[in-house]
Design a protein around this ligand. Sequence first.
Ligand SMILES: Cc1cc2nc3c(=O)[nH]c(=O)nc-3n(C[C@H](O)[C@H](O)[C@H](O)COP(=O)(O)O)c2cc1C
Length: 419
Amino acid sequence: MQRVDDFRLPLGGKQLVPIMIGGMGVDISTKDLALVAARLGGLGHISDAMLPTVSDRRYATKFVKTKLKRFKHNVASMDKTGVRFDLDELAEATRNHVNSTMEAKQGDGLILVNCMEKLTMNGARETLKTRLDAALDAGIDGITLSAGLHLGSLALVQEHSRFRDALFGIIVSSVRALQLFLRKNKNLRRLPDYVIVEGPLAGGHLGFGLEEWPQYDLRTITNEVVQFVRENELNIPVLAAGGIFSGGEAASFLAEGASGVQVATRFTVTHECGLPEDVKQQYFSATEEQIVVNTLSPTGYPMRMLTTGPAIGSGIRPNCEAYGYLLDSNGRCAYVDAWERTRQQNPDIKEKHLVVTDKTCLCTHMRNFDCWTCGAHTWRLKDTTHQREDGSYQMLDAEHVFNDYRYSVGDQIALPERN
Ligand SMILES: Cc1cc2nc3c(=O)[nH]c(=O)nc-3n(C[C@H](O)[C@H](O)[C@H](O)COP(=O)(O)O)c2cc1C
């Protein structure tokens, strides 16, 4: 029986272990997690979501406080058009995180940054360009373009000195999205270095409509993309992502023509993952019924999450003066609109008791790890470890999970040594 370790992913002049740990914002895929993947010869991701906030927490900067101070006068107003990011601060925050990660990197693997187009930050073009440039400046091995079609993203950095030597990858959920990306970027004469096909069982935002995602399956879409790449002699490695839970399953994708897999859910319950310990226990104990896909994300994309997370039904006041990562280029966010609508419809309810049911404030809740986005197979995590007498589950090491994907065959899941 074949196992993942029988294969290698040729990328960036290396022969990598074909396991990529997916980006998980906000700082759920920490630098520690990415470093483990790189040390073991695979690929890890840090996330570029809300990096000023992450930088404050990790590197003792004060970006959030400074921004809030600058726009304090606007807090009570629902007109957020003037609430903008300082691009120098944004670049510095990005460099802080990427530098610190790359300085600590060991081993033969690669570290990439996951960059979501949907973080429009009240100035989509300039904030995205700033984030991409700063990540390249700070020496990131490559950039994965996610949460959006990214039709113009590569062009934003075409003048950067690392444009041809850094790696760029794109996440798609269909051949059509890949074709569109290639067509729009034809003039740049620069193909993506890797393509991640993300299916309907992934965590985070989904690239499918709310009603349509159950009709798709990862294997079919991956095979379609692999075939398209082959027929057009593009020579781009294709990685499959979303719901791949065991090494045996991963190996079966590789045997069918994928060059690698991107996995995430199994790493949410590792020591290195950024979620707080009590939230990791919630992921372990989740039931299948508690995992839903809904339209609570203000981005407009469906998102998979645990119904037990405190973000659902919360009515906290929008916090765009401090955060504001989802404001579109006109200063609008669907949560701000939902909150204001709810407030007007309930004039007798005190603000702090408002319950907003149709959207959630992703910025504040993701920052506080209160929006528990997860993959479809989260309910199976309890089968990957030991339950203790007190009912809690034994946390895993990222190295153990990585090696389980690498070496296990069939349906086998290696349990950790009891501690
Ligand atoms: C908790 C969590 C957060 C995620 N956040 C992001 C994100 O910020 N950006 C992104 O492109 N993908 C995100 N994803 C998707 C993963 O990177 C990955 O492609 C997918 O979840 C792989 O499927 P699996 O979780 O079943 O292994 C997230 C997944 C999880 C589980």
